[in-house]
Design a protein around this ligand. Structure first.
Ligand SMILES: Cc1cc2nc3c(=O)[nH]c(=O)nc-3n(C[C@H](O)[C@H](O)[C@H](O)COP(=O)(O)OP(=O)(O)OC[C@H]3O[C@@H](n4cnc5c(N)ncnc54)[C@H](O)[C@@H]3O)c2cc1C
Length: 408
């Protein structure tokens, strides 16, 4: 890249760095309110965590299992209906182009959970969102488990599962003229006399662009750590939590289910997807992905398959191909390193550094960024949308089942 190449310049109100779910939803939200905004992405859109998410729009149930119905769990409570409204086109952003994989998650509670689950799910907050299923209503893959295990209860949770690739594609398509593909190491926050004036980026071909703006939002997931160093007060503290997800490919029925273990993290969470050749893939998270990250990948995947086989006696998993995916969750740092209950946003020097904590919280972070702009008196309508027609556009990345190199 030529350091002396003259920069092109555009004017905007806001520049967003990072195009996962948080960046794209925030972009859509701000543009709908009349802000001139651009989003700069250094790789495929969503390639950090969003495309690797299971796509579950949580409704606060995990917090309920903790026994603590905190403010955070109440915020999460509204997320399934908030997302459903967008998926049906009743609220912006319009996600009618996205795919809903399932309206429900199933929860399998083994012996030992019985009375506890019943008491928790009877709470007012959760009423109408959890249904205990009778034997006839239990979906096929879980029916055998129900029959064989005394004291096992199966619940239907109002927690939809979305196809994340299609959500990102719908958001990217509707906001295509505001998307800029940039080189990974290029964004540089610009300050004059301590005041933010914008951000300078380079295209993958080395062409430079200065986006002059009042506010910058860092939505780069793990990339926020490096980008935050450009803020005069320094990077907001971040934590990384490593996971080793497991994928099974084969003749598998569609299944969207959690199995409760001993703690409040489900023992396993399965979501079902199709790879680009139409083959069925189970994507497995929960405790099986959080434990044993030191294990050799094949052994890790086989152990997860054994755990699933024990929980699903009616499903033959022996012929499935297996793969693992190592991925890090990026979150705002917590004193004890635990998972935050809510999105984490830090505002300093005209820059918001944020981590949504969950895909489900994307609408909340977008609203919080808009509120911050209002508080900083950054008003919409001051600038026309910037003309970036000559700039390359990023595309949505690939889901993990299309990228896994080794299937065993
Ligand atoms: C395995 C797994 C499963 C999950 N399942 C769920 C779930 O079912 N439900 C749920 O609610 N949440 C889930 N989550 C959490 C959820 O995925 C994340 O909270 C959310 O996707 C984070 O979105 P983001 O936009 O902040 O970051 P990311 O998705 O990581 O996006 C960051 C983007 O920034 C880009 N970038 C990085 N550096 C730069 C830079 N220097 N300049 C420009 N761009 C840059 C990246 O390429 C990427 O596109 C899961 C997470 C993991 C890891």
């Amino acid at each position: 890249m030529d350091d002396h190449a003259p920069s092109e310049q555009v004017r905007a109100d806001v520049a967003i760095l990072g195009g996962g779910i948080a960046g794209l939803w925030t972009l859509a939200h701000l543009r709908a309110r009349g802000y001139a905004a651009v989003l700069c992405e250094s790789s495929g859109l969503g390639t950090g965590q969003s495309l690797r998410a299971q796509g579950i729009i949580h409704g606060g149930l995990k917090y309920a299992l903790d026994g603590a119905l905190s403010d955070a769990s109440q915020a999460l409570t509204g997320m399934p209906s908030r997302w459903q409204a967008s998926l049906q086109g009743a609220r912006a952003p319009d996600l009618r182009g996205a795919r809903l994989l399932s309206r429900y998650q199933y929860l399998v509670a083994g012996q030992g959970w019985g009375s506890r689950v019943t008491a928790l799910f009877a709470s007012k907050l959760l009423q109408g969102r959890v249904t205990k299923l009778g034997a006839k209503a239990v979906p096929e893959p879980l029916a055998v488990a129900l029959g064989r295990s005394a004291g096992c209860g199966i619940y239907q949770l109002e927690e939809p599962v979305v196809d994340v690739h299609s959500v990102l594609s719908a958001l990217a398509h509707a906001n295509a003229e505001a998307l800029l593909a940039i080189a990974a190491d290029s964004p540089r926050l610009l300050y004059t006399a301590g005041h933010l004036t914008g951000v300078e980026v380079s295209s993958p071909q080395g062409q430079k662009l200065e986006v002059r703006c009042e506010h910058v939002v860092l939505c780069a997931g793990v990339g926020n750590e490096a980008l935050g160093r450009g803020v005069p007060t320094g990077a907001a503290p971040m934590q990384r939590r490593p996971l080793r997800m497991v994928m099974l490919r084969g003749a598998l029925p569609d299944l969207y289910a959690h199995w409760l273990g001993t703690g409040t993290t489900p023992q396993a969470t399965v979501t079902s997807h199709r790879d680009r050749e139409g083959r069925a893939v189970w994507y497995v998270g929960g405790a099986v992905a959080e434990a044993r990250t030191h294990q050799e990948p094949r052994a890790h995947a086989r152990a997860a398959r054994e755990t699933l086989a024990a929980m699903l006696p009616g499903v033959d998993l022996s012929a499935c191909a297996l793969a693992v995916l190592d991925v890090e969750r990026a979150e705002g740092r917590q004193v004890d390193g635990s998972r935050p209950n809510a999105p984490v946003l830090h505002h300093a020097g005209g820059v918001t550094q944020l981590w949504p904590t969950k895909l489900a919280f994307a609408p909340v972070v977008a609203e919080q960024v808009a509120a911050r702009l209002t508080a900083e008196d950054v008003r919409p309508g001051r600038h026309p949308p910037p003309d970036t027609r000559r700039w390359p556009r990023p595309v949505v990345g690939a889901p993990p089942w299309d990228e896994a190199t080794a299937w065993h």
